[in-house]
Design a binder for this molecule. Structure first.
Ligand code: AMP
Length: 491
């Protein structure tokens, strides 16, 4: 901990699903919906079902298509189930963290899928360990499962979830299975997405609406911050309980900027529309004259089309072209453990089309700069391909601080904007000019006030109480030591 600050824990930038169907087996729908969420996690995939008598679980490392074969899906019997895809952290291929986490307690069987990151895991774990709970992983999901199991010994399902929600602090969207009941919970500030969908023969929960689309379902609505949604058995609808309220939400803007699929609708806005709007705002704030606008595929595409659209509408004589080709078989650059490997991966991944850029001035649009590896490599490649000038425009503000809420964003030491201003970053990546989008433009494009967004990575002030970091609001971590175990007001 070089600067005394808390370091981000094992990241849980993941995808979760849950279904309850009328008679039909849940395993295949869960499998297909996890395919739709593959971008949210490639390290492991898992499904837990319940057939009314017992729980069945299959969890394995790797992509969804590799983690399950036909026999695995056959063995997952039952019309109710949950699933999970887990994001890879550099160098960690740890089966003990794969999810859904499943376990049987005196209070029944539990399965748990988590997207997000708690910031008081150690406190809750220590308190539970002192009461005799034994843990098999150092992850926060197991801590949530144990706390819930303990509360289920003393309270019904809804009260038990409420008690757990008042003890854990941080970011969580959960799909949970208690025996054969499927439920979804979103933390009181709604940091990570979660929505409810209706199918022909049942209901489902998913991190993103694209997972509902693949099952030919309809998005019903987002799960509200602090809400518990319980799917009724046999696909007969769902019940809603608003369990914990917060003054403001803390939606992660980076879901819309980078992480979520463009065809998903999150917190009432289509990700694709938001990205196009961010691109238009980028032109309005820092448009620059050039012959051609190029997206960095695939992350910059919607931004660049919005940017070019605004430029052309404002009379700029600029072409929109795909001047960078992507090799889709190269993994995300972030999986590469070393800087050298990351640099090579960018070169393998992106290749300029010389005819599009040679002798021309180009504006390259990407969604974000993290370490600066991609942009500095790109500027060099475009110059080698004959570009006369290379301007970089970025559809989000400079990332100055790490994410503790579940996105693997690199540490402060690695973030190029943590201690360099825009002019020196421009120089470092050797661009002719560089501009980022303002925070206000992001809030505007999302149709939310700044107070309702988690802006931790771009301001260094977080909406949760993270050890050693500043907060941007009144947030109180539960006082675990002082609290009488398991009892909360209004229980
Ligand atoms: P960098 O090369 O480190 O500056 O990273 C920027 C590139 O990585 C951009 O093209 C982004 O689309 C992409 N990116 C941004 N955030 C993440 C993330 N959390 N995980 C993986 N890739 C990311």
């Amino acid at each position: 901990m070089p600067d005394g600050r808390h370091q981000p824990g094992p990241t849980d930038k993941c995808g979760v699903v849950g279904v309850s169907l009328d008679g039909r087996e849940a395993a295949r729908p869960l499998y297909y919906s996890l395919y739709a969420l593959q971008h949210r996690g490639q390290e492991s995939a898992g499904v837990v079902t319940h057939d009314g008598f017992q729980q069945h679980s299959h969890v394995d490392l790797g992509l969804v298509g590799d983690a399950f074969d036909a026999e695995d899906l056959e063995s997952l019997s039952g019309a109710d189930g949950i699933g999970h895809v887990r994001y890879p952290t550099a160098g960690s291929l740890d089966a003990s963290c794969a999810q859904p986490f499943s376990v049987s307690f005196k209070s029944g069987s539990l399965g748990l899928s988590h997207n997000g990151n708690l910031v008081n895991t150690d406190e809750v774990r220590a308190e539970l360990a002192a009461r005799g709970h034994a843990f098999t992983s150092d992850g926060d999901t197991e801590v949530i499962a144990h706390d819930l199991a303990r509360n289920l010994l003393e309270a019904d399902l809804v009260r038990a979830v409420k008690r757990t929600m008042t003890r854990i602090h941080g970011s969580y969207s959960l799909s949970i299975m208690h025996d054969d009941t499927v439920l979804g919970v979103r933390d009181p500030q709604g940091n990570r997405p979660l929505c409810v969908g209706e199918l022909d023969d049942g209901y489902m929960l998913a991190s993103e609406s694209a997972a509902i689309d693949v099952l030919d379902g309809d998005l019903v609505r987002d799960v509200a911050p602090g809400e518990l949604v319980v799917l009724r058995p046999e696909g007969r609808g769902f019940d809603s309980y608003q369990l914990v309220d917060a003054d403001d939400t803390a939606h992660c803007f980076f879901e819309h900027v980078y992480f979520a699929r463009p065809d998903s609708r999150i917190d009432d806005s289509l990700v694709y529309d938001v990205r196009r709007e961010l691109g238009r705002k980028l032109w309005a704030e820092s448009g620059v004259e050039s012959d051609v606008v190029l997206p960095v595929p695939d992350s910059g595409r919607a931004f660049a089309s919005g940017y070019a659209d605004a430029a052309q509408r404002n009379g700029a004589d600029v072409e929109f072209a795909e001047g960078l080709m992507k090799n889709r078989y190269v993994g995300r650059t972030f999986i590469m453990p070393t800087q050298d490997a990351r640099e090579r991966a960018v070169r393998l991944k992106l290749n300029p089309i010389t005819d599009v850029v040679e002798g021309r001035t180009v504006t390259v649009i990407d969604d974000s700069i993290v370490r600066g590896t991609t942009s500095s490599q790109l500027v060099q490649l475009l110059r080698e391909a004959g570009a006369e000038a290379v301007h970089m425009r970025i559809g989000s503000p400079p990332i100055v601080a790490p994410c503790y809420m579940g996105i693997d964003m690199a540490s402060r030491e690695e973030l190029i904007a943590a201690d360099e201003d825009v002019a020196s970053i421009s120089e470092a990546i050797d661009a002719d000019s560089l501009a980022y989008l303002s925070i206000d433009a992001v809030a505007d494009a999302l149709g939310e006030s700044r107070a309702d967004l988690c802006l931790g990575c771009v301001t260094g002030e977080y909406p949760y109480d993270v050890d050693g970091e500043a907060t941007d609001r009144e947030v109180a971590r539960p006082d675990i030591d002082g609290a009488e175990a398991g009892v909360v007001d209004g229980d």
